[in-house]
Design a protein around this ligand. Structure first.
Ligand SMILES: *Cc1c(COP(=O)(O)O)cnc(C)c1O
Length: 382
């Protein structure tokens, strides 16, 4: 990315979205998926719900994976067909279930017996049908940060494997509920395909159990979680979708006519986004040099929340001067408001423009107004 006059004039902090890279990423996904007529990709709206980004993803033909009523509204407004919307989440409120029923979404990913009963009651009262898949907790410990692993037995998500048949049988007795399949999601930022292979083995095992019960699951949804390269984003702007999809092609034993669904969030949008921020001060501490920037954890909370590391470029640096070690920190009154510790940057000065890379996923959507700050603005490059 060159430091153009346009970039120079942006008020910071702001997000910059590269829609051409998003288009190439969507092409790469399409290239893999179109080789299988039973593969369907739903974009996880929570990763980035900017209306323009959502519209571009909807136009590329993906479905949407929503985790709230607000996301269902955003997905519909962006042009995702209701039939391609899946609604997940451990705590669906009654109004959200009603909205999903009224909108005739493709399916609910149901996470408990208790939720199934409420959906059944509401659907019956509204005289509408609810298509439900069950999120099964596969008890797989994915290799990622503890805050973003979701498929272990002790996590709050999903229904225990042992209860799978019982919950399906219960759904089959409900007059307004249609059982549509099984759903899984083991975690996020997964780069080791072993985790997905383990998920495949678990799904195959559960399918054998369904066979023995004479139950057919029309849809298998393996969730999302494919990670991106945060360390060298310029070298790997597009995730290895070939390795990802082929892991499931090889690992899953699908039944005749079964549809396979994926819910990718981060892998679709992370690399197309940068957070632009200006250097306010370069402060000489007692032991360290701090680059204090005008963006903070309110704009991008991942480093504070998950110890995440984002690559940072100084766009204003010119000649190849020897690099200096800095901590890059924000202005928020929290010690965790640190973007990077002990990183090498070209000599950095007040007024320099920095780009915090791979910020397209879980960046803008998690922004807050803590400290009475304004939300970051957004710009697009084509
Ligand atoms: C968050 C989430 C996803 C997307 O996860 P990524 O790691 O961004 O791909 C998919 N499915 C469900 C149910 C989720 O909660």
């Amino acid at each position: 990315m060159q430091l153009t006059d346009t970039l120079q004039n942006f008020q910071t902090p702001c997000y910059l979205y590269d829609t051409a890279l998003l288009a190439r990423t969507l092409d790469a996904i399409r290239h893999e998926v179109q080789q299988h007529d039973n593969y369907h990709v739903h974009y996880a709206v929570k990763a980035n719900s900017n209306p323009r980004i959502l519209s571009q993803i909807a136009a590329a033909g993906l479905g949407a994976d929503c985790v709230s009523g607000g996301e269902i509204r955003a997905a519909l407004a962006a042009g995702f067909p209701a039939s391609k919307i899946a609604f997940a989440g451990v705590g669906k409120a009654d109004w959200e279930i009603r909205l999903a029923l009224q909108s005739a979404i493709g399916m609910f990913n149901v996470e408990s017996f208790e939720e199934l009963e409420v959906i059944s009651q509401l659907a019956t009262a509204m005289n509408l049908r609810a298509r439900v898949s069950f999120r099964i907790n596969p008890d797989v410990a994915a290799h990622t940060h503890a805050h973003i692993t979701t498929g272990r037995a002790e996590d709050k998500f999903g229904i225990a494997k042992e209860d799978m048949v019982r919950v399906i049988r219960m759904a089959q007795t409900m007059p307004c509920v249609d059982f549509t399949g099984l759903h899984f999601h083991i975690g996020s930022q997964l780069l080791v395909m072993d985790d997905f292979e383990e998920l495949c083995r678990c799904v195959n095992q559960l399918q054998l159990e369904l066979d023995s019960e004479g139950i057919f699951a029309p849809n298998i949804n393996v969730g999302g979680g494919l990670g991106v390269d945060y360390e060298t984003p310029a070298a790997n702007p597009i995730p290895d979708f070939q390795a990802y999809f082929s892991t499931f092609t090889r690992g899953l034993q699908l039944r005749e006519g079964q549809q396979l669904h994926f819910e990718l969030g981060r892998a679709v949008v992370a690399q197309m986004g940068s957070l632009l921020t200006r250097v306010l001060y370069v402060k000489q501490g007692r032991q360290k040099q701090f680059v204090i920037v005008d963006a903070g954890m309110t704009d991008l909370i991942r480093p504070a929340l998950y110890d995440a590391r984002h690559h940072i470029d100084n766009l204003s640096a010119t000649a190849a001067e020897p690099a200096v070690t800095y901590d890059v920190v924000g202005p928020i009154c929290e010690s965790s408001d640190v973007f990077a510790r002990d990183i090498l940057l070209p000599p950095t000065r007040r007024g320099d423009l920095l780009a915090i890379r791979s910020a397209g996923a879980y960046g803008e959507t998690m922004a807050s107004q803590y400290n009475c700050r304004s939300l970051p603005s957004v710009h697009f490059i084509e």
